[in-house]
Design a protein around this ligand. Structure first.
Ligand SMILES: [Zn+2]
Length: 285
């Protein structure tokens, strides 16, 4: 739709940069204040119309969805692209009030594969989910210096990840055989110890035998297991053949996605290094 806003309400674009739009900035702050004073979405929408503020240029009309979208938009906290319009305290207070109106959402079991893989798109640290503060799922970067957070409903998050998984299955061009392993630290230590013994005239034979056995065991443990490769191949085929099968999809997630990067720009799957991927860019956003 040509009249859809391309940048969030409250901002305009100047020389390719997003800047505050004075009138809309005031309106955003007014909307947050009114909501915190107890107004409903619809009451605020009516007030915006009364003040003659326009959300869309082609119409003076407002509706509650516009108000809701404004109240939940974390872009107003400022960031790389958009300047800050709302203080952390006010934004949080609004989310708390919104949370009162939605039911507490415990972490659904289906989210487990996402939780184990969620990392911050900005700094790469793990993201954790909580709903304590406003009953609304928030994913929060564990790195205190980053503090990136993202509000996303569980269902929407799952839907997006499912979509990405299907795209990933289609994009797999090749599954590389597991690369030759690098020796473990233990293996290196045992080998060093053995070398020392071989250079020693009085080495204890029993000890040397134990070391040789230990070294052999380590080597054996390091041998690549051909199983996962075949399993991954099967899963890719199954997802392609039956993309709606939830169970297969999440098994594929376990096997094929090393990380799920979460950012304001979207959700991105990072494929396991053994996967050779075509059209990588489709996996972003
Ligand atoms: Zn981060």
């Amino acid at each position: 739709m040509a009249w859809q806003r391309k940048i969030p309400f409250g901002y305009s674009i100047q020389n390719g940069e997003i800047i505050r739009q004075t009138e809309e900035e005031k309106a955003v702050q007014d909307i947050f204040s009114r909501y915190l004073l107890g107004a409903s979405y619809s009451q605020i929408a009516a007030e915006m119309e009364r003040q003659g503020i326009r959300y869309h240029q082609h119409t003076p009309r407002w509706n509650k969805h516009m108000v809701k979208r404004i109240l939940e938009n974390p872009k107003y906290l400022g960031g790389d692209v958009c300047p800050r319009l709302i203080s952390d305290a006010d934004f949080l207070a609004v989310q708390l009030r919104r949370g009162d109106q939605t039911t507490y959402a415990p972490c659904p079991k289906q989210l487990a594969p996402v939780r184990g893989r969620a990392v911050c798109a900005i700094c790469g640290s793990p993201m954790t989910r909580d709903t304590r503060r406003q009953g609304r799922p928030r994913w929060h970067c564990q790195n205190p210096e980053c503090g990136h957070s993202l509000y996303i409903a569980d269902e929407e998050l799952l839907a997006r990840v499912r979509k990405k998984l299907r795209l990933l299955a289609l994009a797999v061009e090749e599954i590389r055989e597991t690369a030759p392993p690098t020796p473990s630290l233990d293996s290196i230590r045992i080998q060093n110890e053995l070398n020392l013994c071989f250079n020693r005239a009085d080495a204890n034979h029993e000890y040397v035998k134990a070391l040789i056995l230990g070294a052999a065991t380590e080597r054996y443990n390091e041998m690549p297991d051909p199983g996962p490769c075949q399993r991954l191949r099967d899963l890719v085929r199954q997802v392609r053949e039956n993309p709606e099968d939830e169970e297969t999809l999440w098994a594929f997630c376990e096997a094929a996605a090393s990380h799920i990067r979460m950012g304001q720009g979207g959700i991105e799957l990072a494929p396991m290094p053994v996967l050779k991927i075509q059209h990588r860019e489709e996996l972003a956003v």
